[in-house]
Design a binder for this molecule. Structure first.
Ligand SMILES: Nc1nc2c(c(=O)[nH]1)N[C@H]1C(S)=C(S)[C@@H](COP(=O)(O)OP(=O)(O)OC[C@H]3O[C@@H](n4cnc5c(=O)[nH]c(N)nc54)[C@H](O)[C@@H]3O)O[C@H]1N2
Ligand SMILES: Nc1nc2c(c(=O)[nH]1)N[C@H]1C(S)=C(S)[C@@H](COP(=O)(O)OP(=O)(O)OC[C@H]3O[C@@H](n4cnc5c(=O)[nH]c(N)nc54)[C@H](O)[C@@H]3O)O[C@H]1N2
Ligand code: SF4
Ligand SMILES: [Mo]
Length: 714
């Protein structure tokens, strides 16, 4: 018998990592010690269904990691910026108090703004947390009021978003729970089992009822291995495959003429281009047998309901916007939107109508020096091109960088340029973080951030339709503070008199929910606090089914229909129709003579981008793939490379030491390596030394998946 009785409480939180699933998480807290003792998936949440992914099931190892950054710190005088080994942090940084940190930062930012103008200050954040408050609220107010450069947050999905908007005018997709009704599911450029695992049970349910799962991916992911059919397409050639499918579907009269006539725009122009995409030509481009192109097209057009889960792999290349456009058009050709369990899901985020304007207050820019004195908005910097921004930008150059919710030293492309920029002595860098990341090693001031167990937030999702409230489960560890608190405090130190810098988390949640979006009507903080999750008030048919794009009124394009042909793109000098163009770095271009291998710089199944890469539990789960270059025997043999050999992977941007793993994960001509922390990699460099800052065709997005390299035995 235990000598003491402990009591516990269960708190509803939401996993705030950048994942489509936005799981409801039940945190069990020991009320005597205040310590979280257990996390589990909320069984009442219809998509979470009581389980968490492998990463977050072991979340307490991260929250209570001995390596957490717990106190504000300042770089010691004279210590150069650069990588620190674990445990060396105290050599570079000294502990200070929050007062001193906030005052010091406010003074420096004020001085830099005065000397170089406020646009010399660049915020850099992404989706370390996707809570509405933590992702973008007080921080944006702060930078707007300051007049700092604006950041275009393009590193993940903007090519695909622009694609969806060009075809549909709004980012809506098939309901996650309706995947169970599909008879054919095509996972196109997505690793559902690794990255979006809460969709998996619905796919499995559909398969038990006879559905087939087809995965289109150049890499044999664990999703692909579990599929009925894995189509190992060559990277960057999805446009050709989608158009080849349309060639067959329309050629054989399998299209839905009624849907096309009623709900689409530009079909005749599209049809005129289809002769160029014969299965034979498409086969030459994609590496997929012509007979398989025909088979896929027929199966897709004749199976009802057929559902496409198109993920981000398709759109992270130079022609990725067009590729996502072409794929997104398929259900319009076949009318798959008309059937429950049919259609397409890219992101469900467009169904949420949080009041972003109230949270972020762009009007504060008018009160900044730029607004007051020059009557203009601050310039915008594309986050993908951070390296160039830090090393080449002038008028004004970037003199201060404020990083939060992101680890750009590891995740941003063209890493050597990024690190050159971060190393600059004349760059003032602040990093708000939970750990001593690769980016933290370059900070002048380092501030401790809370995890989602330690602050309150409200959250939507990009893989389901539930709004959720995340309660604070435990007190912040050490002196960790939330993004909201930190930026509010800093605003006050800068002398910003506006009351909005004193808003509390509850104020902000109420503002986020004060929305005129019809699907958010009546959703209040009180209801969310009581229920944890609330389904959006989605419009449904008589049978209660949410069927986006199944009738008039759904499309938000200029024509009011789904657009195969986009006048809006044409007006911007872009291709109005989807056309296959090879990526500049692909086997189809001259660049392949120097660097013949197409590289997939992939995410790890058990990390979240670079997050978790430093946690021993998670490292153990990824052991087999860390520091590894996967390659096909047909590429290894001519280079004299055997399984297990040390290899150098290189291109015009950089070079990397890895260990060859000769296997069947990739086809001939393709290699794959994983994202992680640079300083934990054998040679101290991460995979992004090889990736490029070039942008996608539409949406200005990242192009991590179109990279050419060469490999030699080290
Ligand atoms: N475990 C885990 N989960 C995560 C993340 C993580 O790092 N780890 N990251 C989160 C984030 S930020 C995001 S954006 C989502 C992304 O989730 P997904 O959309 O699944 O994204 P990726 O893994 O980037 O890419 C999916 C697949 O696309 C393939 N691919 C690459 N190039 C091409 C191509 O040209 N054509 C086709 N058809 N496929 C291609 C890749 O091999 C990869 O397996 O996952 C989130 N969830
Ligand atoms: N080679 C390659 N590069 C990639 C990708 C790829 O597939 N391959 N994927 C790209 C994609 S899709 C994305 S989305 C980006 C992701 O890039 P990032 O958004 O930079 O993602 P993470 O590596 O997860 O880093 C997030 C950081 O935020 C911190 N953090 C978490 N919560 C909070 C908080 O509440 N406050 C503060 N201040 N910090 C917090 C975490 O500790 C973590 O270090 O990476 C991109 N880079
Ligand atoms: S990372 Fe994704 S799957 Fe894992 S708990 Fe968080 S939301 Fe759920
Ligand atoms: Mo992402």
């Amino acid at each position: 018998m235990p000598a003491t009785h402990s009591s516990t409480k269960v708190v509803h939180a939401v996993c705030s990592h950048d994942c489509p699933d936005s799981c409801g998480v039940l945190v069990t807290v020991d009320t005597l010690t205040g310590r979280a003792v257990k996390v589990q998936g909320d069984p009442a949440h219809p998509v979470t269904r009581g389980f968490l992914c492998g990463k977050v099931a072991k979340y307490l190892d991260r929250v209570y990691s001995p390596d957490r950054l717990l106190y504000p710190m300042r770089r010691r005088a004279g210590v150069a910026k650069g990588p620190l080994r674990q445990g060396e942090e105290a050599i570079a940084f000294e502990r200070i108090g929050w007062e001193e940190a906030l005052d010091g930062i406010a003074a420096r930012l004020g001085a830099i703004s005065g000397e170089h103008g406020p646009e010399s200050i660049l915020p850099y954040s992404y989706a370390g947390t996707i809570g509405q408050l933590g992702y973008g609220s007080m921080d944006r107010r702060f930078f707007h009021r300051l007049g700092a450069s604006q950041l275009d947050r393009t590193i993940c999905s903007t090519a695909g978003e622009a694609a969806m908007l060009s075809v549909y005018g709004v980012k809506l997709g098939t309901d996650t729970e309706d995947f169970r009704h599909a008879k054919m599911i095509v996972v196109w450029g997505g690793n559902v089992h690794g990255n979006n695992v809460h969709l998996w049970p619905f796919i499995e349910e559909a398969r038990r009822n006879g559905a087939r799962l087809i995965v289109i991916d150049p890499y044999a992911t664990r999703t692909a291995k579990l599929a009925d059919w894995h189509i190992a397409i060559r990277p960057g050639t999805d446009t050709a495959l989608a158009l080849g499918m349309m060639h067959v579907i329309v050629g054989e009269g399998l299209h839905d003429a009624e849907y096309i006539a009623k709900h689409t725009h530009g079909f005749e122009q599209l049809r005129e281009t289809l002769p160029e995409y014969s299965p034979q030509r498409v086969s030459g481009i994609t590496g997929i047998a012509a007979a398989d192109v025909v088979k896929l097209a027929r199966e897709y057009a004749t199976t009802v309901p057929a559902l496409i889960r198109v993920n981000y792999g398709v759109q992270r290349s130079e022609n990725g916007g067009t590729a996502a456009r072409a794929v997104a058009m398929l259900p319009c050709v076949t009318g798959a939107w008309m059937h429950r369990g049919g259609g397409l899901q890219f992101s469900t985020s467009g169904a949420f109508g949080f009041n972003g304007t109230a949270l972020r207050m762009p009007e504060l820019m008018q009160a900044s020096p730029l607004g007051r004195e020059a009557n203009r908005e601050a310039r915008t910097v594309n986050m993908v091109q951070l390296g160039a921004a830090l090393t080449e930008l002038s008028d004004p150059p970037v003199k201060a960088l404020f990083v939060y919710n992101s680890n750009p030293a590891a995740v941003a492309p063209n890493q050597n340029a990024v690190l050159r920029g971060l190393r600059r002595d004349d760059l003032f860098t602040v990093v708000h973080e939970q750990f001593f990341t690769d980016t933290a090693d370059y900070a002048d001031f380092l501030l401790p951030a809370t995890t989602f167990l330690e602050h309150k937030d409200v959250q939507g999702a990009y893989g389901h339709h539930f709004a959720q409230l995340s309660q604070q489960a435990i007190e912040p560890l050490g002196e960790a503070r939330s993004n909201v608190w930190m930026f509010g405090q800093l605003g006050q130190r800068m002398g910003f008199a506006e009351a909005c810098f004193r808003d509390t988390e509850d104020d902000l949640i109420d503002q986020a929910l004060d929305s005129d979006h019809p699907w958010m009507q009546g959703i209040t903080r009180e209801e969310l606090e009581r229920k944890g999750h609330v389904r959006l008030r989605l419009p449904c048919d008589e049978a209660g089914t949410y069927l986006p794009f199944s009738g008039d009124g759904w499309f938000r394009t200029p024509s009011g229909k789904a657009e195969f042909y986009s006048e809006a793109l044409a007006a911007r000098g872009q291709e109005p129709l989807p056309v296959f163009v090879p990526n500049p770095e692909s086997r189809h271009t001259a660049a392949a003579q120097s660097y013949p291998l197409e590289m997939l710089a992939r995410k790890a199944d058990n990390y979240m981008n670079s997050t978790f890469a430093n946690i021993p539990t998670h490292q153990a789960m990824e052991e087999a793939k860390s520091g590894v270059l996967e390659m096909n025997a047909s590429d290894a043999a001519p280079r004299g490379i055997a399984d297990g050999d040390a290899v150098e992977v290189f291109n015009q941007r950089g070079s990397l030491r890895l260990r060859a793993r000769v296997n069947l994960s990739v086809a001939s001509g393709v290699v794959a390596a994983q994202l992680g922390w640079n300083k934990l990699a054998a040679g101290g460099a991460g995979v992004n030394v090889l990736t490029s800052e070039r942008l996608s065709d539409i949406g200005g997005g990242a192009t991590f998946y179109s990279v050419l390299v060469e490999v030699r035995k080290a």
